[in-house]
Design a binder for this molecule. Structure first.
Ligand SMILES: Cc1cc2nc3c(=O)[nH]c(=O)nc-3n(C[C@H](O)[C@H](O)[C@H](O)COP(=O)(O)O)c2cc1C
Length: 189
């Protein structure tokens, strides 16, 4: 069981989103919070089918691995979602995943309620703020506690590894991780 789950929505192994997830996780772990990064590499998450199955069974009817992720989120205190920017918005698979996670929670036992976290976005040149705004909709409707940093949780990089050169972006994400740890520890006495 981990205190914080970080969803890395990039399909690329060793990509820029992964680097930021690891920085966030390292900041959390350094502050005593057990963290697990779940990668979307090799996964395909389709959109909610509006079938209503989750309202009766507490899990999604689509058998693509998302229920395993939901089971881990249920046990955690925090949830971070990290996405590469695709055409000015968050990656589609992440939007599909968080909409389905929302449906399971919202129409059921509201396991997302009071979870601590926020989004991270990385892109080559533009769209990070739009992606962050889009992802924040997930947090705010689900009664979650969103944590800030010194700047928005965004960074720049195109080719794998480039984001490591964005010192301010990395620093912002690390501070975000530290703040999540602070809030989780404050809430849990
Ligand atoms: C389909 C696609 C669309 C993209 N659209 C944008 C974009 O709108 N703005 C941007 O700055 N970068 C865009 N990029 C670049 C990625 O956001 C960038 O390479 C990012 O670092 C990828 O993260 P990753 O290494 O974790 O996969 C796009 C990349 C792909 C594959």
């Amino acid at each position: 069981m981990s205190d914080v789950i970080i969803l890395n929505a990039s399909p690329r192994k060793n990509g820029n989103t992964e680097i930021l997830c690891k920085e966030c996780a390292d900041a959390l772990e350094s502050n005593g919070i057990r963290t697990e990064i779940i990668s979307f590499t090799g996964c395909e998450f389709t959109s909610c089918k509006a079938c209503g199955y989750c309202g009766k069974h507490g899990k999604c009817s689509i058998d693509d691995g998302l229920n395993d992720i939901i089971a881990k989120i249920r046990e955690a205190s925090g949830l971070v979602v990290a996405s590469p920017v695709y055409f000015g918005t968050a990656r589609g698979d992440l939007m599909s995943a968080i909409q389905r996670i929302s449906m399971v929670s919202y129409g059921g036992d509201r396991f997302l309620s009071k979870m601590v976290g926020g989004p991270i976005a990385v892109g080559r040149r533009g769209g990070q703020t739009a992606a962050l705004q889009e992802l924040l909709m997930f947090y705010f409707i689900n009664d979650m506690i969103v944590v800030g940093s010194d700047y928005w949780n965004m960074a720049f990089g195109r080719d794998k590894g480039e984001v490591a050169d964005d010192e301010e972006g990395v620093r912002t994400v690390r501070k975000f991780g530290e703040n999540i740890a602070l809030v989780i520890k404050s809430l849990n006495g």
